[in-house]
Design a binder for this molecule. Structure first.
Ligand SMILES: [Zn+2]
Length: 258
């Protein structure tokens, strides 16, 4: 049996399949990997863009938004890729419990995966909220204000600090999302890693947690990952190509129509 057929069989037989996605799934959609050797963080010093600098001074926020004004359009222009579309299809087929993601680009939702089936460990770049009065706004609205020359888009309602829904350097992970991800990973009988090298916490820990709780672990990634030795199925290939083939394979198995 080919690796694709094995992965399709695992999805078909699983009671509670959970997928974990990382930067590899986003780069296939044309979103730059900010952590890559030629990425944003090779040109800008991440220490200037910490949560502490952002909330600590207007100058910290001005620098953040100057960078965000350049990077946000790259995220907005990206389209869901083969992996995003495949996961949305698996969910429609009843073959996906949820997707835990390190990505902030909203592409899982834009591909059609319901928001309640996406657990975002690093937040979502398309939303923002006032830290003072809590009023929510879209990043599109903020971006439009930046484009008119506003350097720090404060809250339109109360003048407070508006912070993107993404997790900044030095900021704690969203406790609810991490707890929910741990719960779903622990309940999964199939845990599939797509496009993550599993370097940063809690990504590094999730597959091990799932495996210890009894899940079969499959890893699809172009590079070696920290959990390769634990994997029951290891596919060294692009997440999009693999997942497109998996969905085709599953559709061939499932009787169509009535
Ligand atoms: Zn406010």
């Amino acid at each position: 049996m080919s690796d694709i057929a094995r992965l399709a069989a695992l999805f078909a037989d699983a009671r509670q399949p959970v997928v974990f996605t990382g930067a590899g799934v986003s780069t296939e959609s044309g979103i730059p990997d900010f952590r890559s050797p030629d990425g944003v963080w090779a040109r800008f010093d991440p220490r200037e863009f910490t949560y502490q600098n952002f909330v600590g001074s207007p100058e910290g926020r001005r620098r953040y938004w100057a960078l965000g004004r350049v990077t946000y359009p790259l995220i907005r222009a990206a389209m869901p890729g083969a992996a995003h579309l495949a996961l949305a299809q698996l969910h429609r087929l009843g073959r996906l419990d949820c997707c835990i993601t390190q990505n902030i680009d909203d592409l899982h939702q834009r591909a059609g995966l319901p928001a309640e089936a996406v657990i975002e460990l690093h937040g979502n770049a398309t939303r923002a909220r006032c830290l003072d009065c809590g009023v929510a706004c879209t990043r599109d609205e903020l971006h439009a204000r930046l484009e008119t020359g506003v350097e720090v888009p404060d809250c339109a309602a109360c003048g407070g600090i508006v912070k993107p829904h993404t997790i900044l350097f030095g900021e704690a992970m969203p406790r609810d999302a991490v707890a929910e991800a741990e719960r779903r990973a622990g309940a999964a009988d199939l845990f599939v890693v797509l496009g993550s090298s599993l370097v940063v916490y809690p990504a590094a820990y999730m597959p091990i947690h799932a495996k210890r709780a009894g899940a079969t672990l499959a890893i699809v990634n172009l590079e070696p990952t920290r959990a390769d030795a634990q994997a029951d199925l290891l596919i060294r290939a692009s997440a999009g190509a693999v997942m497109r083939a998996v969905v085709d394979e599953m559709r061939a198995r499932i009787p169509q129509g009535g």
